[in-house]
Each structure stands twice: as structure tokens, then as C-alpha cells.
Design a protein around this ligand. Structure first.
Ligand SMILES: C[S@@+](CC[C@H](N)C(=O)[O-])C[C@H]1O[C@@H](n2cnc3c(N)ncnc32)[C@H](O)[C@@H]1O
Length: 222
């Protein structure tokens, strides 16, 4: 997607940690969540959908060297950084529909992708395709913004306070950042997610981790 252009890719690793409290803890929990279902010492095929610059892949590879990791991402600049960071991960430029061989997967981890899809119509389809690619009993861990966003909510106030504190922003820049946050992503509601998971043949998602408006959800393929 164009939003993950060269400039965004260059600043992504630092920016992700400023944007959201708990970015590394979230990924820590994602690793624990996967290991809760997949044997850490046996082979497993795990897809990182939206592998980005490769931080999560690098951490997974270190902790689970027997797992075969596949990283898919449509942003060339993001994937280039992953290529520089990683060896031994099957990195592919594109979206899931481009790769018919990615089936019978043991696990899918996708953090920060769903709310960035360009239209709401694509979101249930995207969840459905994850369901289709997992083997029965396979695990899906999806981390995404969950709405609705509300003006003057404690979550929004906390985010603003964080960006003011860490971002070194002027009031005008902060206002713009909040405007972008509220308008440039499409957070599903929890009710929508539950429904999409059900239709995708996945179990009801359970929250493994959450921070202001962001949730990491775990579910199994029926
Ligand atoms: C916020 S970043 C998250 C990167 C990484 N997962 C992380 O947690 O740091 C979102 C990534 O999803 C990618 N992306 C966007 N649309 C996608 C799609 N339809 N399928 C897979 N990846 C997608 C973007 O290019 C970007 O690299």
C-alpha cells in the first residue's frame, strides 16, 4: 500500500514504538500466543502476513528455529528492510491472494494490517482468506486497531499524551496526527470481528493483549 512508502519504511521501526505503548510487549505476547498452540521444538509453517520491516520475524526465528517462516507484504520499501534484516525467511512481495501455495498453514500472525486495508469491504474477505489458509487446528493471531474511536475517550487522551511526550510535536502537528489517526485507518468493532471470524470458520477471537484501541486476538481454525 502506498502509505508504507520509502519514507514511512525508513522511520517505521522507531515510529511504531512511539505510536503505541507496548509495541514490543505485544510482539512478545504474540510469540507466547503462537507457542501456546504450536510445538516450539517441532517444524511448523507460520505465515507473517504484513511482515513489514521484519522485526517480528527476526524475534520468532531466534526463539523458534525449527519453524519455517514465510513473510508476505505488498510494500517494496518495507520488504526491502526485512530482506536486509533476515536470512532464512521466505519473503514475498504481494498479498495473500497472490500465493496459492500458502495453504495448510500451522499459524498466521498478522499485526497492524487489518485496519490499514483500503476499504471496509475487504476486511471480512481478508479474515476469510486467513481462515482458508490455515489447517484445522491452526492458530491465527491478528493484532489490529479495534473501534469505534470516540472523541475524548481515555484511550484517545492517552495516545495524545504519549505523542505529545515522545513525539516532540507542536500543538498543530499533534492536532494533525490525531486527525490522521481518526480518519486514515478503518478499525472494525469487536462485534464485526466476532462475526467475520465465525464466517471464516475460526473460533471466537480471544484477546491476548491490548493497549489503547489496539488488540491482539487469538483464534483457531475449526
Ligand atoms: C503497521 S505495518 C506492520 C508491520 C509488522 N507486522 C509489525 O508489526 O511491525 C503494516 C504492514 O502491512 C502491510 N500490508 C498492507 N496491506 C497488506 C495486505 N493486504 N496484506 C499483507 N500486508 C499488508 C504494509 O505494507 C505494512 O508493511
Amino acid at each position: 500500500m502506498s502509505v508504507f512508502n520509502q519514507e514511512r519504511a525508513r522511520t517505521y521501526d522507531a515510529g511504531a514504538r512511539t505510536s503505541m505503548a507496548g509495541y514490543e510487549a505485544l510482539h512478545d505476547m504474540a510469540r507466547d500466543g503462537l507457542a501456546g498452540y504450536l510445538d516450539p521444538h517441532k517444524p511448523a509453517r507460520v505465515l507473517l502476513l504484513g511482515v513489514g520491516t521484519g522485526y517480528e520475524a527476526e524475534q520468532l526465528q531466534q526463539r523458534f528455529p525449527t519453524w519455517q517462516l514465510i513473510g508476505v507484504d505488498p510494500s517494496e520499501p518495507m520488504l526491502n528492510l526485512a530482506r536486509q534484516r533476515l536470512t532464512g525467511v521466505d519473503l514475498r512481495l504481494g498479498v495473500l491472494d497472490d500465493f496459492a501455495d500458502l495453504v495448510e498453514l500451522d499459524g498466521v500472525l498478522s499485526v497492524g494490517v487489518l485496519h490499514h486495508l483500503p476499504t471496509r469491504e475487504e476486511q471480512p474477505e481478508w479474515v476469510r482468506s486467513i481462515g482458508q489458509r490455515l489447517r484445522p487446528g491452526g492458530v491465527a493471531l491478528v493484532g489490529c486497531q479495534v473501534g469505534p474511536y470516540q472523541d475524548d475517550s481515555p484511550q484517545l487522551r492517552a495516545l495524545q499524551a504519549r505523542w505529545r511526550h515522545l513525539g516532540g510535536l507542536t500543538s498543530k502537528d499533534l492536532e494533525e496526527r490525531v486527525r490522521l489517526f481518526l480518519t486514515h485507518t478503518l478499525p472494525p468493532t469487536r462485534r464485526q470481528l466476532d462475526e467475520w471470524y465465525r464466517k471464516a470458520g475460526l473460533s471466537k477471537p480471544e484477546t491476548l493483549f491490548s493497549t489503547a484501541y489496539f488488540q491482539l486476538l487469538a483464534a483457531l481454525k475449526n
